[in-house]
Each structure stands twice: as structure tokens, then as C-alpha cells.
Design a protein around this ligand. Structure first.
Ligand SMILES: *Cc1c(COP(=O)(O)O)cnc(C)c1O
Length: 434
């Protein structure tokens, strides 16, 4: 499989190069040259396959022989090694719980897959690699955990000061060893912009071997398709109709992976992009005008993105056809007050505790289903409620227990370097650390 640069389709690279480089010339995102179709037999009989086999079938066409199938199967086994149950909340809304991995967020899957691919590709390199990543909350923890203690790889994580939850912050800052956390006086968009500047800076790229672990990296983006197959496998046990799929969205990597799977033959009735107050995409669907904005802080902080990087991949999937895109995707914007109300309501009615991100999705899904009374579907539950105790406890008025698996982590000390949203400060840090 070859991947072309969305900013310059003449630049074509293989899976290895795309994984190592992260992005192409002019900060362009890579996109697969063709979309391997699922066999009908496979899609109709998902329940007959193990999760590992489904994941392998999903991914192998994108990698070809660049990773031997035995190694790829091992990577996949480690990637989907925890349960991903589809739970019914109401008659018409289920939730795919993607938060049973090591950092209790769905990004564990992409981060585990990517870190292992990168280690495989770099195993014979002599130069140390620096993975540079901006996080609005969850990416950093998942990446830190995925790469922790791997030889010859440093992880530098930029996160917006005071905008991540205590559990998230510990997951970013307390591991130590090869994980270096930078606390930025600014927003997630500022962090992302600093990271992008570093990638296009010649001096840094000559002195360091730099790569990214954001969802712009295809090795993080592509494995997210697996969720949708695993959801469908369970969905088909009790429903014949294709589901409406609602995805809490920030940088739009996750929903884009779902749409990619859909273009390859995964049945879906409709997709919903559930956003918080950062409503660039819902506005685009109304006005046909994609206008990046400054990100604003919300309770669902992992979706505080004002300029969603992956949206251009979605436009590419739809061949730049706005009408076709609009027919397949609806957008909703849900504010913090509605988010808290939903958490409270759902707990009261169904004894189910949503985290703020999943609550944004639930709210959007309810609105869509109210307008479409014959449909049903599932939302993606992207984080465990314990990662956002303030919001959740405020809504449900019960104390959320920290799972035992987090106790040790919470006792560890936070270690960070604080920088301003100023590229010069990042540049100095990167050059000095080596
Ligand atoms: C990252 C994240 C999202 C948004 O996913 P994107 O792929 O960036 O759209 C939603 N919920 C949680 C909990 C996240 O960590």
C-alpha cells in the first residue's frame, strides 16, 4: 500500500515511511491510495471471528508485507488485549466501552499499535528517535503508556496547563524515564501549533530524528477502524438494521476511521459528529464553510479543538463532495450545561455513568434519534468517568471510586517543565535534551 500526501499527491510513501515521518511535505497528511474492501462473508459473520482475527483482517491490507504477518499478529494481539464491550443503555442507544485499556481511554488502541510498529521499524536504527506529541488530555497518557521504557525512543508531550484532569495529568507526568512532559501556558491548539512548527524546523530535524504520535500519524489513525468492526460484531447479535454511529469528536481522527471502515464496506446507517462548544464541523455542515476557530475550554477537554486536523481526510474520503458528506454525517454541538444534565439524567434513569465526552455523544444521539424515530445505534464511549471526577460527581452527586489500577499512579510525583506558547522555548528544550 502506498500513501499520498494530501497537500501534494506526487509525494507517495510506504507504510513504514508514513509511520516514521508522521506527515509529509508542507505538513500534509498521508492518505491511503486505495481502500481494501471487506469481503461480504467477513462482515456478515463477524461473530465467528476472534477480536484478534478481525483486527488483523482490518489492518493487513494497509501494511502489506512491510511487517511480517507473524509480527503483525503479535502487535495486534497486544493492541486489542482488553475487552471492548457494547452495552445497552436504552432501547435505542448502546455504548461501545473503549475505556478498559491501560489509560482508560480509547486512544490506548491507536497508541499501542503505533508504538509497536514504530519500534519494529526502528529496531536497527542507531540514532535516538524523539516522538513529539501535543495532547488535549488523553493522547499523552496513552502514548506515554504505549512507549514507556522502549529503548532508543524519547517521548516529549506538550499539554495545556490547567486544562487536563488530575488522573490525566498523572498519566502524562509521573511515569518518568523516557517520558518528558512539557506544561504549556496555552491551549491545546497552541500545543499543536508548537509541535507543527518543530516538524517544519530544519535545525531541529537535522539534529533530532523527530516523529509524531498524534492522530495525524496513520499508524495511530488506521487501527481505530477496529472499534467499529468490534462494535458491529456485537451489534449484529441483537439488531439486523445497520446502526447509527455517534462519535465524540475533537481532532476527528476517530470518526474518520469509522467512515473509512464504512467506505470499505462496514454497514452503517448514518454517522454523527458529536462536538462540544468547539463547533467548527457542525457549523461547516450548516454553512459549507470550514472556519477554524480558537479552541475554548470545556468539560470534555479532549475535544477542545478549534482546527480539527483530520477533517481534510474526511473530505478526501467523500471526494470533496459536500452534499454526499452532508448526507452521511450530521453534526451537533453540546455545551457544558447540557453535558452535565445528560450525565445526571442518564444516571437517574438507567444507572449508567457517562464521562463528559460520552455524554456529549449521548446528547447528540438522542437529538438525532428524536428526529429519526425508526432508527437506533451506538455511541463510542471514549473515556472512563473516573478521568473526569469533578464534572461527573457534580452531575451524579455520588463519589466515583478510582479503580485500583490507578492507585499507584496517583501516588507518584508529577514531573514537568513549564514553557510558554513560544516556539523558541520548545526549540531550546528539544536541542538541549539530547
Ligand atoms: C481524543 C478524544 C476524543 C476525540 O477524538 P478525535 O479522534 O480527536 O476526534 C474524544 N473523547 C476522548 C475521551 C478523547 O480522548
Amino acid at each position: 500500500m502506498k500513501y499520498y500526501n494530501l497537500k501534494d499527491s506526487q509525494e507517495k510513501v510506504d507504510f513504514r515511511t508514513a509511520t516514521i515521518k508522521g506527515q509529509g511535505k508542507d505538513k500534509g497528511l498521508f492518505f491511503p491510495e486505495n481502500l481494501p474492501q471487506f469481503e461480504d462473508e467477513f462482515i456478515q459473520n463477524l461473530h465467528q471471528y476472534s477480536n484478534e482475527e478481525i483486527a488483523y483482517q482490518c489492518m493487513k491490507g494497509f501494511i502489506g508485507d512491510e511487517i511480517p504477518s507473524k509480527v503483525l499478529r503479535e502487535i495486534i494481539a497486544e493492541t486489542v488485549s482488553f475487552e471492548i464491550p457494547l452495552q445497552r443503555i436504552t432501547d435505542r442507544i448502546s455504548i461501545l466501552e473503549l475505556f478498559h485499556g491501560p489509560t482508560l481511554a480509547f486512544k490506548d488502541i491507536g497508541a499501542r499499535f503505533m508504538s509497536r510498529c514504530l519500534s519494529y521499524f526502528l529496531k536497527d536504527q542507531h540514532k535516538k528517535v524523539t516522538v513529539l506529541v501535543a495532547t488535549s488530555g488523553d493522547t499523552g497518557g496513552a502514548v506515554a503508556h504505549g512507549f514507556y521504557d522502549l529503548p532508543a525512543i524519547d517521548i516529549v508531550i506538550l499539554y495545556p496547563k490547567n486544562r487536563v484532569s488530575p488522573v490525566q495529568e498523572k498519566q502524562l507526568t509521573a511515569l518518568g524515564k523516557n517520558i518528558l512532559a512539557l506544561e504549556v501556558n496555552g491551549s491545546f491548539d497552541d500545543c499543536q501549533s508548537l509541535v507543527k512548527q518543530a516538524f517544519s524546523n530544519e535545525e531541529i530535524n537535522t539534529k533530532l530524528f523527530l516523529t509524531s504520535a498524534n492522530s495525524i500519524n496513520i499508524a495511530r489513525w488506521l487501527p481505530q477502524q477496529i472499534y467499529y468492526l468490534l462494535a458491529l460484531k456485537q451489534w449484529q447479535q441483537y439488531e439486523k438494521k445497520p446502526p447509527v454511529i455517534c462519535v465524540p469528536s475533537g481532532n476527528f481522527g476517530n470518526i474518520c476511521a469509522g467512515l473509512l471502515a464504512h467506505f470499505r464496506g462496514l454497514p452503517a446507517d448514518h454517522f454523527i459528529a458529536a462536538c462540544n462548544t468547539n463547533d467548527v464541523v457542525p457549523e461547516y455542515l450548516k454553512t459549507k464553510d470550514l472556519k477554524p476557530k480558537k479552541a475554548v475550554a470545556t468539560l470534555s477537554n479532549a475535544m477542545d479543538v478549534g482546527d480539527p486536523s483530520n477533517f481534510i481526510r474526511i473530505m478526501e474520503l467523500f471526494g470533496q463532495n459536500f452534499d454526499s458528506l452532508k448526507n452521511n454525517i450530521s453534526g451537533y454541538s453540546v455545551n457544558d450545561e447540557e453535558t452535565l444534565n445528560t450525565i445526571a439524567e442518564v444516571y437517574k434513569k438507567y444507572k449508567y455513568i457517562l464521562d463528559p465526552h460520552s455524554a456529549v455523544a449521548f446528547t447528540s444521539m438522542e437529538q438525532y434519534l428524536n428526529e429519526n424515530p425508526d432508527k437506533s445505534g451506538f455511541i463510542l464511549g471514549t473515556a472512563h468517568p473516573v478521568k473526569f471526577p469533578d464534572a461527573v460527581e457534580k452531575a451524579v452527586k455520588v463519589k466515583i471510586e478510582i479503580p485500583e489500577s490507578l492507585n499507584d499512579l496517583m501516588k507518584k510525583e508529577k514531573k514537568t517543565v513549564e514553557i510558554n506558547s513560544d516556539f523558541e522555548e520548545l526549540r531550546r528544550f528539544l536541542l538541549d535534551k539530547n
